[in-house]
Every structure is written in structure tokens, then in C-alpha cells.
Design a protein around this ligand. Structure first.
Ligand code: PLP
Length: 368
């Protein structure tokens, strides 16, 4: 039987660094601390430095990271938060979870990220925040969005769940907004052996409020609940594993860039390619084709796994339905056409030529 190339295989990344991960787990078991402690503080400091910001606060997952940042910024019922509909559900769920209303705006068809002009046009007196998503590892237009947020007095929260280490104009993802949310879900470029997340920020006061939100609203060791808050912490063992993997992230990003460049060159004009971006970290390599499902079936017959990120778009999901939502033709077309190829180095590295051949063959079949 033909061996399938999976679209992603997160545990292969863990196995690749198995010795470092085993040592991290053993250190936690020997250290006798299961929640918090020096391992969490060390990872938070290392991750803040990696992002080029002053503060990182570990938490339970990427959705919680968005919720914690929005709550710490005082965003809640009565507020509108502008975001995109071509993203993971967590982006909009977080906005709903704090009681605010997600307002979905159009994406740019080339970058597939928030169109700053569409965001500007959607601002009302109730708008409190912008949540652009650095989708597939490519950053949104942060120079334009930071200018818009500053001019309109809006809280700017970057959804960096897919963009650890991405860069624009020499500044990394997470260093542009008032705060940024990361996920360490296993498939992410920096992924744990389970769930994990972090909020990063340059603002010390905001960092303190985020941390209090992770831990029952306590602001210090006195254990006084100053505000209403739940519990969302990065486990000590996950922090230790992430700290062991972080030194290898730049190497993995370089590998993703090399595979993306080979796919770009090899696939050529057979399908719509993602726009080339030197600062992207290629969390996904996402092509587009009008006969997406036929193409996916052809790739599968050739042993290449694919995935669709994301359909249906979020403005069509029951949880986010709004009477006043205008259609989003670019988003809707992308949701119908996008197809994520394998790009994880452990999977796609040895199979790059097979992926190229299968896409070219599939596109030719679809054209018949
Ligand atoms: C863009 C985006 N935002 C938010 C999330 C939510 O992260 P998590 O699954 O860790 O809650 C994810 C991951 O699924 C994501 O890709």
C-alpha cells in the first residue's frame, strides 16, 4: 500500500527533539512543582525575548490568550471588535466569550489577512478593538493597522497563533499591537505536547492585569480576588517542553521557508500560489483552486494529505450570525478555494518533489 504523506504530524516534531523533551519532563518530575514555578518563569522570559517584547504570560491555550487580553483591556458587553472571518473559530469565540460582538471585515485577496481599508470602514462609536490574524504564518498589514488603531483610539490585539517568529519591517509578530495572543497547540510552529498559550505585551500594567486574569483575579501573593477571573495557566511540564523546543524554532522556520520556496518554484502557475513574503513563517502553505475538492481528491489518490483552513467562513457560523453582516465576497471565495498542502519540515521535507508532482498532475486533471 502507498504510504500517505500526512498534511501534518505534530508528534514527529516532538520525536525529532525527543532527548531535549525527555530531559525537560524529567527535570519537572525531579523538581517537584506541577503548576507555576521557575520553569514557567524561564519559558515566559525566553518567549518574550524571542518576540522582542517585555512581557509574556503563559496560559491554557490560544483562545484563552485572546480572552485574557481582551478582558485585561476592559473589553466586554456593548463593545464591537473588528476581526476577519477567514480564521480559526477561537478568534471569534474569544470575542463572544467576553460578551463583545465580532464584526467581520474583508481580507486582502493576496495576503488573505485583514484589509485595513475594510477595517477602517467598519468602525462605529461602539468599536473597541481590532483583532487582525497573521494567517498561515503571514503577517497582516501591521504598519497600516497600528496607524488606524492609534488614530481611532482602539485596542490592537494581534492573533499570532499561526505566526511565532514572523516578521514585518524588522519587527516580529507580537511586537506591534498593545498585546498579542499565541497558541502552542501541537500543530503550531511552536507546539506543546498538549494545549498551551501565551499573551505578550510591552505594557507592564496590562501584563499584570493579564496575569491576574490567569489566576482567579489575584494581583499578588495575598490571594485577594480583585476582579472576576477564572483560571488559565500554562502547565509547568508544558512550559519546560516549550523552553526545550524554542531554541530550535528559528531552524524550523528556515526549513519551512526553504520548503515553501521549493513548492513555489515547482508548482508555478498550476494553481493560485500564496503571495511570497520573506517575513512569513509558513505555518501553512495554502494554494487556491476553483475545483478545490477535486484537486484534494486527486492529491489524496497520489498519497498527499491536505486540509482546508477554513470553511465555512466564520460569518456563516451559527454562533456568530448577525443580521447586519454584509457579504464578504473575497473571504467567501477563499473559503471555497483554499487548500493547505503539507509544509511541516518533518513531513514535507522528504516529500517536496512528490507534493509538487501531485499538485501539477491534479491541476491538469481538473483542467480536463
Ligand atoms: C488563528 C488562530 N487563533 C486562535 C486559535 C486558538 O488557539 P487554541 O486552539 O490554542 O485555543 C488558533 C488555533 O487553533 C488559531 O489558529
Amino acid at each position: 500500500m502507498m504510504e500517505m504523506v500526512p498534511q501534518a504530524a505534530p508528534m514527529l516534531r516532538i520525536y525529532r527533539y525527543r532527548a531535549a523533551v525527555d530531559a525537560a519532563i524529567a527535570r519537572v518530575l525531579d523538581g517537584g512543582t506541577a503548576i507555576g514555578g521557575a520553569e514557567v518563569a524561564a519559558f515566559e522570559a525566553a518567549f518574550a525575548a524571542f518576540c522582542g517584547v517585555g512581557h509574556a504570560i503563559g496560559c491554557g491555550n490560544g483562545t484563552d490568550a485572546l480572552v485574557l487580553a481582551l478582558r485585561a483591556a476592559g473589553i466586554g458587553p456593548g463593545d464591537e471588535v473588528i476581526t476577519v472571518a477567514l480564521t480559526a473559530h477561537g478568534t471569534a469565540q474569544a470575542i463572544r466569550l467576553v460578551g463583545a460582538v465580532p464584526i467581520f471585515v474583508e481580507v486582502d485577496s493576496a495576503t488573505r489577512t485583514m484589509d485595513p481599508a475594510a477595517a477602517a470602514a467598519a468602525i462605529t462609536p461602539r468599536t473597541a478593538a481590532l483583532v487582525p490574524v497573521h494567517l498561515y504564518g503571514q503577517m497582516a498589514d501591521m504598519p497600516a493597522l497600528t496607524a488606524l488603531a492609534a488614530q481611532q483610539g482602539l485596542f490592537l490585539l494581534e492573533d499570532c497563533a499561526q505566526a511565532h517568529g514572523a516578521e514585518m519591517a524588522g519587527r516580529r509578530a507580537g511586537g506591534w499591537g498593545h498585546a498579542a495572543a499565541f497558541s502552542f497547540y501541537p500543530t503550531k510552529n511552536l507546539g506543546a505536547v498538549g494545549d498551551g498559550g501565551a499573551v505578550v505585551t510591552q505594557d507592564a500594567a496590562l501584563a499584570k492585569r493579564v496575569r491576574s486574569q490567569t489566576n482567579y483575579g489575584w494581583s499578588d501573593a495575598r490571594r485577594i480576588s480583585d476582579v472576576v477571573a477564572g483560571n488559565s495557566r500554562l502547565d509547568t511540564v508544558q512550559a519546560a517542553i516549550l523552553a526545550a523546543l524554542l531554541p530550535h524554532l528559528d531552524e524550523a522556520i528556515a526549513e519551512r521557508r526553504a520548503i515553501a520556496a521549493a513548492l513555489h518554484l515547482g508548482i508555478g502557475g498550476a494553481v493560485t500560489l500564496p503571495r511570497w513574503d520573506d517575513g512569513a513563517v509558513w505555518h501553512q502553505f495554502v494554494i487556491a483552486h476553483p475545483a478545490r475538492d477535486l484537486l484534494a481528491a486527486s492529491l489524496s489518490r497520489d498519497g498527499i494529505g491536505t486540509a482546508v483552513h477554513y470553511t465555512p467562513p466564520l460569518h456563516w457560523q451559527p454562533a456568530f450570525y448577525r443580521d447586519a453582516q454584509p457579504p464578504l465576497p473575497i473571504t467567501e471565495r477563499l473559503a471555497a478555494e483554499v487548500l493547505s498542502l503539507p509544509i511541516q519540515p518533518e513531513v514535507a521535507g522528504p516529500a517536496t518533489q512528490a507534493i509538487i508532482d501531485a499538485v501539477r498532475r491534479g491541476a491538469a486533471e481538473c483542467a480536463r
